[in-house]
Ligand binder design. Structure first.
Ligand SMILES: [Zn+2]
Ligand SMILES: [Zn+2]
Length: 338
């Protein structure tokens, strides 16, 4: 069987639509017929060659939704025809210390679709069975796809903080991750504060469920959060180190500054609050397949959905450029076989 794949032939080469032989799933693997795949900023790892160990040609894409089309041996848990998803977590090594301690997404040899094996800019993906998540019937594939990276990252970070409803939770940034983070925080019952650049985004922040909005171009973010009593959690979804540094002072007692976006520069924090008010700064790395299932279930129950722009598979290069331009509202998704 042959099918369409969009591949990167070497680092910084353009995305190219090709027809290739579809690999058979080996023991422990599942072959998924792709229906949708989100286009994520982390796809630049493959396109621009940011990791030294990526081998080419490589098909990007780690926000994959489709149907199980074929299963290898020893995969009793997945059946042909089931709708499933695969996110950033694409399998683990079982040998490193985090794996041996059960922290699979922190695996030091993590498998990632689209980076360590061919991903979802294609009609078929073959992945390890442990990377597969069930997708609820009521969610459309194009809506579920971004929830497998942008969604799980913000949802799973938020549910693993010290915050409990109705604590004050601030979401820094209202882009691809942040527009989902604000919705999740609001639906979890937090006193949700959205922080973004520009007064014109205030109405949109309230539409997403935020009770408060801080325009970081017109206000001191830390002081504004302190006026609200201080944040129990600030979820940093931006990749701007200065914007992060300006927000850390908004933490309240035992507040946590949780980072899911990786800036190129170091962040700065004054230490007094960290010590005297027991505050902390930490990162959060997405989640495993069962966390993806929880994210999708929560979205189904609560109505949290990404705002997307759709492109057909053959326009993947254009879709990728649109995502990289930073102008997409808010996640770009490839529709495959539509
Ligand atoms: Zn991603
Ligand atoms: Zn490992």
């Amino acid at each position: 069987m042959r099918a369409r794949y969009v591949q990167v032939e070497k680092a910084n080469a353009p995305l190219k639509l090709v027809t290739r032989e579809v690999p058979e799933p080996r023991a422990g693997e599942v072959r998924v017929q792709v229906e949708a795949c989100g286009v994520c900023h982390s796809d630049s790892v493959t396109v621009a060659g940011l990791f030294p160990n990526v081998s080419y040609p490589r098909v990007p894409g780690h926000e994959i939704v489709g149907r199980v089309e074929s299963v290898g041996e020893n995969v009793p848990q997945w059946k042909v025809g089931q709708r499933v998803g695969i996110g950033w977590y694409g399998g683990h090594c079982r040998r490193c210390e985090p794996c041996r301690r059960g922290d699979l997404v922190a695996c030091q040899n993590l498998s990632i679709p689209g980076i360590t094996y061919d991903g979802g800019y294609s009609e078929y993906v073959v992945a390890p069975a442990e990377a597969i998540a069930a997708v609820p019937d009521s969610l459309k594939s194009v809506d579920a796809a971004p929830l497998l990276c942008a969604g799980i990252t913000t949802f799973n970070a938020l549910r693993n903080t010290v915050a409990k409803p109705p604590d004050t939770v601030a979401v820094l940034g209202m882009g691809g991750l942040g527009h989902l983070g604000v919705q999740f925080a609001a639906k979890m019952g937090f006193n949700t504060v959205a922080i973004a650049r520009g007064a014109e985004k205030e109405k949109f922040a309230h539409d997403l469920g935020a009770r408060h909005y801080i325009d970081s171009t017109g206000a001191d973010v830390a002081a504004s959060l302190q006026k609200l009593g201080g944040a129990r959690v600030i979820l940093a979804t931006v990749t701007d180190a200065d914007a992060m540094s300006a927000a850390i002072g908004g933490l309240g007692h035992k507040g946590e500054f949780v980072i899911v976006g990786v800036p190129g520069q170091a962040i700065q924090a004054s230490v007094a609050g960290l010590v005297m008010q027991r505050q902390s700064i930490r990162g959060w790395p997405s989640g495993t397949a069962i966390d993806s299932e929880d994210t999708l279930k929560f979205s189904e129950i609560s109505g949290v959905l990404p705002i997307i722009e759709k492109y057909p598979l053959e326009r993947a290069a254009e879709a990728y450029d649109r995502m990289m331009s930073g102008k997409a509202r808010f996640r770009v998704v490839l529709e495959t076989g539509a």
